[in-house]
Design a protein around this ligand. Structure first.
Ligand SMILES: [Zn+2]
Ligand SMILES: [Zn+2]
Length: 447
């Protein structure tokens, strides 16, 4: 080959390549003409989807106990013609629908609720009560919007099956258990999600966002959510009579010191330009006013973006707990890092996220798609990406714009996710969720 022909071909190749990247980041050209059809199917099914949402909201199940919820999701997919496998990694549901050649797209909804007594006052509020491991009476509530994720997921499955002649490829719809405990995605992967079923080329999910108005979705390219660790500290002392503290080693005082000292891990030991959180979310010790107990149990959530920061925090927690015990002549405390509940930081694939955002802008409007910085929240959806599949999770606004505006102007703050008063405004949230997820999938599979 002569040199100038070689240069010409190289040049042509790089132009095509650049063109290819740009094209990949754009929305599918057919999307605008498909959206009225999506709307038609959504309108037809809306009342039923709302009922399904309210049913799921009123009947929440805790992590690893999603028996009825998963059965309902499996039934929904079967009715639509998916080949459904249940009990994948616990109560996981996998539905596969093959529809000609093309990429495989996975759509994930998480199914578990939280140990929270609901105080929304909604007519469809959860009244479910269960006993926890210690026999205490606790409420169960979908306080993280997973019920909304499931309703949007079923709605999207209905839209896509009715519009089957407009796209080509394979759908893998999964209902994932135990997201709140960080173990569900791992369990499904270990039970062969990517080997027993078609391995996805792309994986999509949405998550409710109480700080974003309904009708709006938020996207984050790249690093989006934090490393999350759960740590227990069992502070040990020597109990006795409350009137004679000198004859005891008081674990409550030691625990109080530990709570305050732990804060220095973030404020004094972490580079101010790095992100870290150490929260003591639960502390229990003692039974009565005048008894010094033998031990105090603490439960922590520990968050970071960088692996090095994560390791420093985990080592620091142990060091501080041991030092406080030693200073008080107490036995060595137990520090337990729950490796099985670790959730790795979530990184949205940049190209898939840009392409999805382009599609969402096209169908929802420029103003209804916003970019948001990363958050210290965690999501084990990250694991589907770490296992080698480009992932994109976008956030679905759930709050009334008026209420957000009032809060921004000094009014009553809006409840955060996991709060006992959090709830999505159903109709606009559900409709936007189904439109957005249907558009995101069609963007990858449309003919
Ligand atoms: Zn949650
Ligand atoms: Zn969640």
């Amino acid at each position: 080959m002569n040199r100038s022909l070689f240069l010409l071909l190289t040049l042509a190749g790089s132009i095509l390549w650049v063109g290819g990247v740009q094209a990949e980041e754009l929305a599918h050209e057919r999307l605008p003409e498909l959206m009225p059809e999506v709307q038609r199917v959504l309108d037809k099914h809306y009342d039923d989807l709302e009922q399904l949402y309210k049913h799921l909201h009123a009947n929440p199940e805790l992590s690893y106990q999603e028996e009825k919820t998963s059965a309902r999701l499996a039934e929904e997919l079967r009715k639509l013609g998916f080949t459904v496998t249940e009990r994948v990694g616990g109560y996981g549901v996998v539905g596969v629908l093959k529809n000609g050649n093309g990429p495989t797209v996975m759509v994930r909804a998480d199914m578990d609720a939280l140990p929270v007594i609901e105080r929304t006052g909604l007519p469809y509020a959860s009244k479910v009560r269960v006993k926890d491991a210690e026999g205490r009476d606790i409420g169960v509530m979908h306080a993280c919007g997973h019920d909304m994720h499931m309703a949007c997921w079923v709605g999207t499955a209905r839209v896509l099956t009715e519009l089957k002649d407009r796209w080509s490829g394979t759908l893998v719809f999964i209902g994932q258990p135990a997201e709140e405990r960080g173990g569900g995605a791992k369990a499904m992967l270990e039970d062969g999600l990517y080997t027993r079923f078609p391995k996805p080329d792309y994986a999509l999910a949405l998550h409710c966002d109480g700080y974003t108005p309904h009708g709006v979705v938020a996207v984050t390219e790249g690093l989006a959510l934090a490393n999350v660790d759960s740590v227990d500290i069992i502070v040990k002392g020597q109990g006795g009579h409350g009137s004679a503290p000198h004859t005891t080693i008081d674990p409550i005082v030691i625990a109080a010191r530990i709570v305050l000292d732990l804060q220095t891990l973030v404020s004094r030991e972490t580079d101010p330009l790095d992100s870290a959180v150490v929260t003591v979310g639960s502390i229990h010790g003692g039974t009565k006013h005048n008894i010094i107990p033998n031990e105090v149990k603490m439960q922590l959530t520990v968050r970071s973006f960088k692996t090095s920061v994560r390791h420093h925090l985990l080592k620091g927690i142990e060091r501080i707990a041991k030092a406080a015990a030693q200073a008080a002549r107490a036995p060595e405390p137990e520090v337990i890092v729950h490796a099985d509940e670790f959730t790795p930081a979530m990184v949205n694939d940049v190209r898939l996220t840009r392409k999805t955002a382009a599609a969402l802008r096209k169908v929802l409007g420029e103003d209804c798609v916003v970019s948001k910085p990363p958050m210290m929240g965690g999501e084990d959806f990250s694991r589907f990406g770490l296992a080698g599949v480009p992932i994109c999770m976008f956030r679905l606004g759930t709050e009334s714009p008026k209420r957000l505006e009032e809060a921004a102007n000094g009014g009553r703050p809006v409840p955060s996710m996991h709060s006992d008063t959090y709830y999505p405004v159903v109709e606009p949230t559900l409709k936007t969720g189904v439109q957005a997820m249907s558009a995101a999938v069609l963007n990858l599979l449309a003919k």
